[in-house]
Design a binder for this molecule. Structure first.
Ligand code: IPE
Ligand code: IPE
Ligand code: MG
Length: 239
């Protein structure tokens, strides 16, 4: 947030972009294909967008890949998504190395199956010193769950209530070392947050497109950035 003035013409590329990658199932359904087919296409698209964001020197890209509520989907769909996660991690490690991408996660990742956690730990360790794009995968993530876990940790630390301010709360969230998202893109036309970065998105700019995630393009990503640049961010101040 700006310190000296409450008004900020963005005029700058966003530091942190979050994407709610929605619409894989409907994209597949429109072609009489299975939801798994849609998720496979979704992963391919994620890889394309990660490379593009890195090329554009975006510092942080958070991809909402699996929500805490997504555990309620049929077991076969959940298991497909977990397998795709593992495949993505192993197939893309060379890409992360080539593009200097650092991988990290947010979410209640302890709930993920062992093989997925193992693959994540492997890639996180291998990329921890990279200096380029930080790719944040939101996995088993929900904003309410994150805030609840933060409150539990604050209580465990026996904090004096008077010492609990916004900075303190931020420091207990999964995003503790990250800037708040400047821009949040949601594909597939739904106007809702679906529990994504609730605390951190207080002053994020939203860009919603009707495009299903597998049809999203690098051109549309650039359009979202252009749209962001044209906005006035007032942070509650005056224009
Ligand atoms: C987004 O696509 C991917 C995940 C939530 C894992 P969906 O699977 O939600 O696709 P739709 O919204 O049903 O079309
Ligand atoms: C949001 O999509 C979560 C992810 C993109 C991972 P959902 O498909 O789960 O959200 P709702 O059910 O449409 O709100
Ligand atoms: Mg959906």
């Amino acid at each position: 947030m700006p310190k000296e003035s409450t008004m900020q013409k963005t005029s700058m590329t966003p530091t942190h972009i979050g994407i709610i990658m929605d619409g894989n199932g409907r994209w597949a359904q429109a072609q009489n294909k299975s939801r798994s087919h849609g998720h496979q296409a979704g992963v391919k698209k994620a890889i394309e967008i990660v490379k593009h964001a890195s090329h554009r020197n975006i510092r942080y890209l958070t991809l909402y890949a699996f929500s805490n509520e997504n555990w309620s989907r049929p077991e076969t769909e959940v298991s497909t998504l977990m397998k795709l996660l593992k495949e993505f991690l192993f197939s893309e490690l060379p890409t992360f190395i080539e593009h200097d991408v650092r991988l990290t996660t947010i979410g209640d990742t302890a709930k993920l199956p062992f093989f997925a956690r193992e693959a994540l730990n492997h890639v996180i360790n291998k990329t921890q010193n990279h200096q380029g794009l930080t790719l944040v995968l939101a996995l088993s993530y929900s904003g309410r769950n994150e805030i609840t876990r933060a409150i539990q940790a604050i209580c465990k630390a026996h904090k004096n209530p008077m010492d609990i301010d916004e900075n303190c709360i931020s420091s207990y969230l999964d995003t503790k070392n990250m800037p708040d998202p400047d821009l949040i893109i949601r594909t597939s036309g739904e106007f809702r947050t679906s529990n994504f970065l609730l605390w951190q998105s207080a002053y994020s700019e939203y860009y919603v497109t009707q495009t299903f995630w597998p049809d999203f393009t690098t051109t549309e990503f650039d359009t979202a950035i252009e749209d962001f640049i044209s906005r006035d961010r007032r942070f509650g101040g005056v224009a």
